[in-house]
Design a protein around this ligand. Sequence first.
Ligand SMILES: O=C(O)c1ccc[n+]([C@@H]2O[C@H](COP(=O)([O-])O)[C@@H](O)[C@H]2O)c1
Ligand SMILES: Cc1cc2nc[nH]c2cc1C
Length: 355
Amino acid sequence: MLAETIAAVRPADPQALADARAHQDRLTKPRGSLGVLEEIAVRLAGAAGVTPPPMPEPAALAIFAADHGVYARGVSPWPQEVTVQMVANFLAGGAVANAFAAQAGASVTVVDVGVAADLPGAPDLVDRKVAYGTADMTQGPAMSADQVLQALEAGIGVARELVAKGARCLITGDMGIANTTASAALISVFTGKDPSEVTGRGTGVDDETYERKIGVVREALRVNALPGAFEAGEALRALAAVGGFEHAAIAGFILGGAAARVPVVLDGVIAGAAALVAAALAPASVDHCVAGHRSAEPGHAAALAHLGLRPLVDLELRLGEGTGGLLAHPTLCAAVRVMHEVATFDSAGVTEKSV
Ligand SMILES: O=C(O)c1ccc[n+]([C@@H]2O[C@H](COP(=O)([O-])O)[C@@H](O)[C@H]2O)c1
Ligand SMILES: Cc1cc2nc[nH]c2cc1C
């Protein structure tokens, strides 16, 4: 399933890109006056292979939840059971992601890929549990090669099912106490940046914990023989060594969306780390991604710069769950609607500029 999905990911279509740029310049507005929105609409045309691109709606948010062995190293101020408690909250409709999804008209799918507890009596939960949390990445690989594949394929499967049910935009979401530590480690590996540059305060650690967290990331990279310079072709090993089940599942979700030519809106630092993995496996998958927002985590900006993606929203969010991606969705829709509905200079009889 993974190999087949990777093989199906196509880069942006050059003709659709050229047509979209030309179309933007015929619309009744000064050339370039919609700034980044023009680039985004052109990008979606290239990804879809047609101009104008389909409206990216309805949108579907998938929240991938998992726990992390590295939690034992004291890298998060929150109890680990918050992961499973928030999963219950998503299912009950009580989280910020639910409120933002209602605002954006997006469906919410909650997927257990590795929560360290059971959720009895939760019929709406998509159960793709690989294990009860990863192993501690400072003791060896967080996941086995088999587990990584299982989580990646869970993400691909969820993307396929949502597209089959009619979703025309996929939004990534995550939940997992301690997952900003794993994200920092992945981003350090894939961008070559030092752990001190890409590790952040996550849910809000104090100075002492923050210093320990950087040390933990450094230790995980050393123990797993993942120095700064990353060898191409080692993406799956790196993911297994220092990633989480939700990172693997989100990477699969991105690949699944890209293979189906349905745009994927990335949320925060966890999605950024997962997108680096997806890009290493299938470089053209980046053409199908839109950076929903820029999280306050420093590693996120590093990941987006490496991917060449510009975030649509920058509001100092650091929540996760898909909240930043959901906030970006109406802007994405507006950018594409312009391509469908705005008159051209010819059709509206508006005179073009003279010089
Ligand atoms: O999306 C982000 O950029 C983001 C930044 C900081 C924290 N989070 C969320 O907070 C949790 C991880 O934080 P931590 O401090 O336990 O590593 C996890 O559930 C994430 O969804 C998410
Ligand atoms: C309450 C809470 C909600 C979250 N949502 C995503 N990560 C989270 C972390 C905490 C602690």
